[in-house]
Write a protein that binds this ligand. Structure first.
Ligand SMILES: Nc1ncnc2c1ncn2[C@@H]1O[C@H](COP(=O)(O)OP(=O)(O)OP(=O)(O)O)[C@@H](O)[C@H]1O
Ligand SMILES: [Mg+2]
Length: 376
């Protein structure tokens, strides 16, 4: 997929910005606070129906304006042109998406239609942050490629909340929860086993992709790896075997759960373990290794989503080059040139050196005060 053009209307600090893109690298240069990230954020709406930042839609509409519009022109890998438009109004709050002139049944069903992979500064939580940040990484990829997974995760969260509430109320009242817990435990095990199974299979498949991606960024001698560590002790297997193990773990924890008033085993405690040469990334990696690992994960995500959806995603790299030395930056730029269309932001082109031949395939733009124009 290629985004051939976009128009932003009263979106963040862009009053009315229209840009035509090249099929390769499109770089947005400009001082801080000029509106570079905002352009990438608008692109993320076309793929995800929402911002890749946690911000709500009301934040992205321009101050004192009634709403915003984002219109994109796209070309699929098969050479078919599409249009996609997102319209948001503040009052009454409404958001609609129109693809090729028709509204998809639900916004959720439009997610992943135009796949995007985002690498932004807040993603650093994946390697630096808590296990929940890494579970979120798994969930974002898996929901883009499987609607069933998204349903299972949402079911699991719902059941977990209910089960925790019962455990917590029982603890406070001093009366054991007893039989009323059982149906919730069964639902928890059913949804949880499917989530766990999918995550485990995914990580096994994804490892290889990650190792390949990483070695194209980093010189030899660094071997990355990822491992799925389920949030209960037990062997992985098919969904039924996992369900048995998970149920057994809950039985073993029964007394401790009653004492603490919450669910102590399950996918909400999964960990995605990341290592370089066998050493834990989160605890011991250097800044540069963190960043390279993250880029490796994202390049692998790109390949994974592309292969599953049979459509090349749009790669959005926000502020990626700021802390990288020229050699690593050059390697990444060379790597992405072979992947597909990439949108990158940077304050200036110093990290780019001579790595990108600007012209027909790769364009650069200057972003200033909510405007964007092509630079020679
Ligand atoms: N809802 C909004 N309405 C109008 N302006 C907004 C809105 N939200 C953010 N802005 C403005 O957008 C600007 C930030 O834009 P953006 O984050 O794209 O900057 P940037 O070019 O990526 O900068 P940096 O190099 O620092 O990352 C700020 O000046 C901010 O005040
Ligand atoms: Mg920015």
């Amino acid at each position: 997929m290629v985004l051939t053009g976009i128009r932003l209307t009263t979106f963040r600090n862009h009053r009315d910005t229209t840009v035509d893109f090249a099929p390769g690298i499109n770089a947005f240069f400009g001082e801080n606070g000029q509106g570079k990230t905002n352009i990438l954020e608008a692109m993320s709406y076309l793929g995800l129906t929402k911002s890749f930042y946690a911000a709500g839609d009301a934040d992205t509409a321009q101050f004192n304006e009634a709403g915003f519009a984002i219109e994109g022109r796209l070309m699929s890998d098969a050479g078919i042109s599409h249009t996609a438009r997102i319209l948001y109004r503040r009052e009454p709050p409404s958001k609609e998406m129109v693809v090729d002139g028709t509204e998809p049944e639900t916004l959720a069903s439009a997610v992943g239609r135009f796949p995007v992979v985002v690498l932004s500064p807040e993603n650093s939580a994946i390697t630096f942050g808590a296990p929940s940040d890494r579970r979120r990484f798994l969930d974002v990829i898996l929901s883009q490629v499987s609607a069933a997974y998204l349903t299972d995760v949402m079911d699991y969260r719902h059941v977990l909340r209910q089960r925790n509430r019962i455990l917590s109320e029982a603890r406070m009242s001093g009366k054991p929860a007893g039989g009323i817990l059982d149906p919730w435990t069964q639902s928890l095990v059913a949804a949880g086993a499917r989530v766990c199974h999918r995550r485990w299979i995914f990580v096994e498949e994804f490892r290889e992709t990650l190792i390949n991606a990483y070695t194209s960024i980093v010189p030899e001698g660094e071997a990355p790896d990822i491992r799925y560590r389920p949030g209960f002790s037990g062997e992985m297997g098919d969904v039924n075997q996992i369900a048995e193990q998970f149920a057994g773990a809950l039985v073993r924890q029964r007394n401790e759960e009653a004492r603490r008033g919450s669910t102590l085993a399950g996918p909400h405690r999964d960990e995605l373990e990341m290592t370089i040469n066998g050493t834990n990334v989160q605890q011991f990696a250097s800044q540069g290794q963190h960043k390279s690992f993250l880029v490796g994960l994202k390049v692998a995500e790109f390949a994974y989503v592309r292969d599953r959806r049979n459509e090349t995603p749009l790669f959005l790299l926000d502020d990626v080059f700021s802390e990288l030395d020229g050699r690593r930056a050059g390697k990444i730029l060379t790597l992405v040139q072979g992947l597909g269309q990439t949108m990158v932001t940077a304050t200036d082109d110093s990290a780019f050196g001579g790595a990108v031949p600007w012209g027909r395939d790769h364009r650069r733009f200057t972003v200033e005060h909510g405007t964007c124009r092509q630079a020679p």
